[in-house]
Design a protein around this ligand. Sequence first.
Ligand code: ADP
Length: 188
Amino acid sequence: MFNLILFGPPGSGKGTQSEKIIERFGLKHLSTGDLLRSEIANATPLGMQAKEIMDKGQLVPDAVVVGMIRSAMERHADAKGFLFDGFPRTVAQAEALDALLAEKGASINLMIALIVSDEELIKRLLQRGLTSGRSDDSNETVIRARIEEYQNKTTAVAGHYRALNRYTSIPGEGSIEDIFERICEVMG
Ligand code: ADP
């Protein structure tokens, strides 16, 4: 298996690059943001609870997202590898993910972090809010809260994989194609 984490703050382009990566490398895309939005669209109890938290720009509890990832991995047990997007967002999630993969005799092979300035992130997210229909993208206070959650709880996840020698970073500004080429280079 080859398991990749695409890492970076909200608005850093993980979703856009994920589409290209899964096509090129044949990985199964697992996005906790997409999984949560599908729970919301189906008006499940989990979705209703998550929506309130997401609309404040806060992180959904670890147990909830880890549970969603566990069942998604079980649904795709034959995948040749996974691309994790928007997960793990806390060190506890990273430890849970490592344990889930270890059960399959696998691990995270690589984390690629997309580096983008805060100013550019806010600009992109407000722009996306005009068309995405995502309530968490249309309000600058919520966007700033998400970036703060990222700084307070998520940046430490990079340290976790750096200590395991799996971390690499690339500039996330420039054209979509240029960024994808940088990703392909580090994928080897
Ligand atoms: P973005 O990266 O643009 O913030 P996502 O779609 O990844 O968008 O996430 C949207 C929201 O979903 C987050 O702000 C958070 O509330 C929730 N969420 C997504 N993934 C996780 C996670 N791994 N842990 C906790 N909350 C999550």
